[in-house]
Design a protein around this ligand. Sequence first.
Ligand code: DX5
Ligand code: ZN
Length: 217
Amino acid sequence: MIKIAPSILSANFSKLAEEIIDVENGGADYIHIDVMDGHFVPNITIGPLIVEAVRPITSLPLDVHLMIENPDQYIPAFAKAGADYISVHVEACPHLHRTIQLIKSFGVKAGVVLNPATSLQSILHIIDDIDLVLLMTVNPGFGGQAFIKSVLPKIQEISGLVKERNLSIEIEVDGGVNEETAKLCISAGANVLVAGSAVYNQTDRKKAISLIRGCSK
Ligand code: DX5
Ligand code: ZN
């Protein structure tokens, strides 16, 4: 079962509630929220206040992607704001095991994110502790970038590992996912697809979500 997580980064923020309801009605499985701090990535976006405001708007799980330095400092605020998943970048976590335990201490599902240039080696020792692995298929910072195909073998590699060890970890991909690149991600073994511009730049969000999921309409 393929899940679609529209990223609100490409939504119209002046009518955010409508934009979220629209994708929920269109069949979205998660709402992906991109948090950027202007340090870890060269852009500034959303804080816990917006997550808190979004929480009562939808019954879908909130998938919070932290692209920030020192995430430990902000995890409690995002958990209290209503995040269902909090994912942190391995590149920003010198004490990754501790950070994962901190996320889980709030009853929130823990995800770990790898940039395109980061190898799976960096998470092998904590793989039993996490609920989700997010593989970036663009360098994080902005919506609307081109999919980096060289990440595909890494998706296959984690998918093989998850099967081999019979783990119940979700494999999510993020960046440049559209109808075409979604097919590549699904065949490589991804089961959660984040899509920002490919959903929000279309007027018919239901159709866009179905096409990315691999349905014909
Ligand atoms: C990139 C963000 C993505 C982004 C995806 O830094 O993490 O979630 O919003 O946008 P698209 O699907 O347009 O590449
Ligand atoms: Zn993201």
